[in-house]
Ligand binder design. Structure first.
Ligand code: PMT
Length: 222
């Protein structure tokens, strides 16, 4: 059905930030509000998809979806995603996953004794790259958050991680990106691209969902 091009397609989607604990009360985090990912979960559902959302901590109420899994850290998101990766046809990584976590989070609250404090970080697993490397892999859509040379770095991530599509946004500027109500995307795939101009995230999500459905159906065409 043309109005429901993703009818019955199982989608796994991540959204929001992760929190990497320093001690029982403090964490390293980022400015993701979850808006882009939640809007996309809703837009894909409207196209007929059965969406499972794996979400970091946000202030948003999730839309009605097949399943919502709440997580806090990148390692938790990694575990919940990988446990479900083989049961989806389409994966979308909208989450702003921390690349690093504190090596040894303190078991008790860190005290203000020293003039300076050093925190050692170690790399988190790359959830998106691991999903894309599975065989068979779901149709895999990543995001790229860049402050400069947006298209260049995004195409690098598309190729290096072996993705089917990537939605790139400029972050840290006066409009769009993290926290904002609006955003703009340059969507890239191996043999094409499309610019989606600055607009409210729910509308942008609907345009991106249509593009994902187009590419997904083409990919699965006989
Ligand atoms: O939540 P909002 O406030 O609405 O903001 C939306 C957004 C700016 C967070 C969103 O549009 C966005 O760009 N999400 C991706 C943010 C990000 O972490 O980008 P990145 O370029 O660092 O990562 C590239 C891709 O790898 C992303 O799909 C990310 O989910 C994934 N990744 C990154 C690191 C990691 N350890 N595991 C991953 O899966």
């Amino acid at each position: 059905h043309p109005a429901r091009p993703l009818d019955g397609v199982r989608v796994l989607l991540t959204a929001g930030p992760t929190r990497e604990p320093l001690d029982p009360v403090r964490y390293l985090g980022n400015r993701s509000s979850g808006r882009m990912g939640y809007a996309l979960a809703e837009a894909l559902t409207a196209l007929g998809a059965r969406v499972t959302l794996v979400s970091g901590p946000t202030a948003l109420t999730p839309p009605p979806l097949e399943q919502v899994v709440q997580v806090e850290t990148a390692l938790q998101m990694h575990a919940e995603v990988l446990a479900r990766a083989d049961a989806c046809e389409l994966f979308v990584g909208t989450a702003a996953v921390a690349d690093y976590r504190p090596v040894d989070p303190a078991e008790t609250k860190i005290k203000k004794e020293r003039a300076a404090l050093e925190i050692r970080l170690e790399r988190n697993p790359d959830i998106l790259a691991e999903v894309a490397a599975r065989r068979p892999a779901p149709f895999t859509v990543g995001f790229a958050a860049e402050t400069e040379r947006v298209e260049h770095y995004a195409r690098g991530k598309l190729v290096d991680k072996g993705l089917d599509m990537i939605a790139a946004n400029r972050v840290g500027g006066p409009r769009g990106g993290f926290e904002r109500e609006e955003n703009a995307l340059t969507v890239l795939w191996p043999d094409g691209q499309r610019d989606l101009p600055m607009m409210a995230k729910p509308r942008l999500a609907r345009a991106l969902a249509e593009l994902i459905a187009e590419r997904y159906l083409e990919h699965h065409a006989p």
